[in-house]
Design a protein around this ligand. Structure first.
Ligand code: PLP
Length: 395
């Protein structure tokens, strides 16, 4: 009666969303101040002041049709040019407006890009742990999703990637700063990966693309985030303003196809076609313009840094083992028992809500989103302490 795969996806729901819904229910039952919800990557820091100023200015000054009406399918021409100019200036890449497609956030950027690149049976490689929706988007595009475990310190394992990339590999998805580990990949790693993909493409006689998923680019604590297009020609950047500008609910981002990419014009045409087929044309008009005026900006990263430092130092003092995050706003913590789902259930009894790593493609860890108000973290510390005592990590 209905599409079986769509029905399954609709009924399964994402684990993260499931916990978020539970948190809301629990808040209604026992009061919001008694629930410590670290489930969702919903940015808690306000949007930069320039965002609000621009919304006010645009709503006051722009004629209604230009403000709220349809733009061209790939976005308003001046917005696409602003994005291209920003990429040229910030990263030294010869980006042009006709390689930029405005989208409804990174999710749409990824879904469209995968649909644009994938033929039935093509393989899409991702490094685990990774954002759980990659599999959904890749399989919806007809691809076969291939997971390659990260290596030391959750950095890419080049030998494992090399072994996993074969004749049917169409693309590798890379996400730095990383959700869920907070790790940032360096320039040398990107160069090494670029060389590997170049060789694989030469062997296959068709390019192996790098899909750079970059919603956390601006959210780092000192680490430089190299621009993937500088290191590898066949790159498509999937960007989002959800996290940098704290605009997650407004659904705005873009796809930028490297002009140095093999068959760049064809790749861009396929992006246009995929966006059309998926109904993702003409991203929200007002927020296209807001984003174009706030390129490269971010909310107050210092607030996230303070959250990170407070939580990281308390949890490690309690005997928990965490990956030191260099970017994004997630702590990836080793579960003190092998079953991270069971650990999350135990934590729930202390009203601590976070996400088991199983959905990210690895076992034995949990993801703690610290993009919450500081007061939530402060109030949660006794509960984390009690949890550590329960596991005998502290006396
Ligand atoms: N990619 C990663 C790594 C993410 O963490 C997220 C959201 O959390 C997305 C993509 C989707 O972002 P958006 O809200 O812009 O669709």
């Amino acid at each position: 009666m209905v599409n079986r795969n769509s029905k399954r996806l609709g009924q399964e729901r994402s684990v993260i969303r499931e916990i978020f819904e539970y948190a809301n229910e629990r808040k209604r039952e026992i009061g919001a101040e008694n629930v410590f919800d670290f489930s969702l990557g919903n940015p808690g820091v306000p949007a930069p002041p320039a965002v609000n100023a621009e919304i006010v200015r645009l709503t006051e000054e722009m004629p209604p049709l230009a403000l709220h009406g349809y733009t061209s399918a790939p976005g308003a021409p001046d917005v696409r040019e602003a994005v291209a100019a920003y990429i040229r200036t910030a990263f030294g890449v010869p980006m042009s407006a006709d390689m930029v497609y405005m989208t409804c956030g990174a999710a749409a950027s990824l879904a469209v890009t995968l649909r644009a690149l994938c033929e039935e049976g093509d393989e899409i490689v991702a490094i685990t742990p990774c954002f759980p929706e990659y599999r959904v988007f890749a399989e919806a595009a007809g691809g076969r999703f291939v997971e390659v475990p990260a290596g030391e310190g959750f950095h890419p394992d080049m030998a494992a990637l090399k072994a996993a990339i074969g004749k049917r590999t169409k693309a590798v998805i890379l996400n730095s700063p990383n959700n869920p580990t907070g790790v940032v990949y360096g320039a040398e790693e990107l160069s090494a990966l670029g060389a590997l993909l170049h060789d694989a493409g030469a062997r296959n006689g068709s390019p192996v693309f790098l899909i750079a998923d970059e919603p956390y680019r601006e959210l780092t604590y000192g680490a430089a985030v190299p621009y993937p297009m500088v290191h590898y020609a066949n790159t498509v950047v999937c960007y989002s303003f959800s996290k940098s500008l704290s605009l997650a609910g407004e659904r705005i981002g873009y796809i930028a196809v490297s002009p140095r990419c093999a068959g760049a014009a064809d790749v861009f045409s396929a992006v246009c076609g995929a966006a059309r087929a998926l109904g993702y044309v003409c991203a929200p008009s007002l927020f296209q313009r807001v984003a174009a005026s706030c390129l490269g900006m971010s909310g107050d990263v210092e607030e996230y840094r303070k959250n990170r430092d407070l939580l990281y130092s308390f949890l490690t003092q309690c005997g928990f083992s965490c990956v030191p995050p260099e970017g994004a706003f997630y702590l990836f913590m080793r579960s003190p028992e092998p079953d991270a789902v069971a650990f999350c259930e135990r934590a729930k009894r202390h009203e601590l809500l976070f996400v088991p790593s199983d959905g990210f493609g690895v076992k034995g860890y949990v993801r703690i989103s610290y993009c919450v108000e500081r007061a939530v973290i402060e109030r949660s510390l006794p509960a984390f302490g009690a949890l550590a005592r329960e596991y005998g990590l502290i006396g």
